[in-house]
Design a protein around this ligand. Structure first.
Ligand code: ATP
Ligand code: MG
Length: 379
């Protein structure tokens, strides 16, 4: 099968200088090496890529030998990280072979066979993510029609959608994320395959889904993504206790705005919002027991978080922050003016206050005066 090779023009400033160094060095050592995937997709759309992925014919050991500051990491398959600073590394992957070893239920078990470029491409998820860039010729190499799909802003699977979802159900979530990110459309065959296969997500370890959830909601399109996940039946496999409501909507809009303005965001806020109605429901269910308010709230928090972590992991620091936000709501709603100043100095105050303000603007409008009290007292 011969690919389309197409010379392309784009703003060279979008290319990462360190990634170029890696490409040049590997190519000079006679290893066929390309930029691949999301970075090419983003560059062709004129966006600055978040990270640069490199695919090469060199084996991980060969790559490691060529770059002093590199290390081989092995998760599902071996990759090499080349370090450029304490915080920056570039991932280099050896071309992967077409065949994968799967368990009876179709999940990928072993995936460590190296191949050639024309094998590697068919292991990628969507056609728009299957483009390679050859710096020596300034050409895009396209085996899968990705250039056309990118022009048409279409998310299309490489290969049979249901088979590819069985291999890796996370691709369903990725489709939704890229649709929003690129302002594209998922092709109808893919939509149907997602709706038919959403339950496959239960097979994914909660730790991996945690990483995916962060990518889903810590971006400027989080509200579109939330609604699309809900519409396609994926949300219930990530957050079974979460239903759309005005509080969830305003918090997603708020997160997007913060990201657009370069402010920091924390997953604690997101999880606290998503699970807020569940924790209140649970609180009411158990409130007949002869316990203090605070004990009941702690118990309800434990129960809701435990159920959540069966789907999406929450690291310890995260669940403890979420609980703090919830527990502080009562203190903020029933404040004692004499103790207000002390509460403001609590390191968790800011998040709990933001949470209260968003509640007062969406589902609990009767809390407006109380939110204003806390706004004013900080002045
Ligand atoms: P972004 O970095 O904006 O999230 P991306 O497309 O670069 O998007 P990465 O997770 O960085 O996503 O992956 C880089 C490339 O690796 C993808 O473009 C795709 O070609 C391939 N890839 C990543 N995850 C999968 C997967 N689950 N199945 C198949 N291919 C994948
Ligand atoms: Mg990427």
């Amino acid at each position: 099968m011969s690919p389309i090779r197409q010379k392309v023009k784009f703003d060279k400033k979008l290319l990462d200088q360190d990634a170029l160094k890696i490409l040049k060095k590997l190519n000079k050592s006679d290893h066929e090496t390309y930029l691949v995937g999301g970075c090419i997709r983003d560059i062709l759309l004129g966006h600055k890529p978040k990270d640069f992925d490199i695919a090469t014919s060199a084996t991980p050991e060969q790559i490691h030998k060529l770059f002093k500051r590199s290390r081989i990491i092995g998760r599902r398959f071996k990759l090499v990280h080349i370090m450029f600073s304490a915080r920056k590394f570039i991932e280099v992957a050896t071309f992967r072979a077409g065949k994968v070893q799967t368990s009876n239920d179709g999940l990928v078990l072993r995936d460590n066979y190296y191949g050639a470029l024309e094998d590697d491409v068919f292991r990628r998820d969507f056609t728009v993510n299957g483009l390679y860039y050859d710096i020596k010729k300034s050409e895009i190499i396209d085996y899968v029609g990705g250039l056309d799909d990118l022009k048409a802003l279409k998310i299309k699977m490489i290969g049979d959608p249901s088979e590819r979802f069985e291999e890796d159900p996370v691709r369903m979530i990725r489709a939704v994320r890229f649709q929003a990110k690129l302002n594209a459309n998922i092709e109808s065959q893919l939509i149907e395959a997602i709706q038919a296969n959403s339950q496959l997500l239960v097979k994914i370890p909660p730790a991996r889904l945690y990483e995916e959830v962060i990518k889903l909601f810590h971006n400027e399109n989080s509200i579109e993504i939330f609604h699309e996940l809900d519409r396609l039946g994926l949300l219930r496999h990530l957050f079974s206790q979460t239903k759309e409501n005005p509080f969830v909507d305003s918090s997603l809009i708020n997160t997007s705005e913060r990201i657009r303005n370069g402010n920091s965001v924390t997953p604690a806020f997101l999880f606290a919002v998503f699970l807020w109605s569940a924790v209140n429901k649970r609180f009411n269910q158990i409130s007949k027991k002869n316990k203090s308010r605070i004990e009941l709230m702690l118990q309800a928090s434990e129960d809701v978080i435990k159920k959540q972590t069966q789907q999406v992991m929450m690291p310890r620091w995260l669940s403890s922050r979420v609980k703090d936000i919830w527990l502080m709501q009562y203190q903020l709603e029933n404040y004692n003016p004499k103790k207000s100043k002390a509460l403001i100095r609590n390191p968790r105050f800011r998040m709990a206050y933001d949470f209260l303000v968003l509640r007062s603007e969406s589902i609990d409008k009767d809390l407006r005066a109380k939110a204003e009290y806390w706004t004013n007292i900080q002045k």
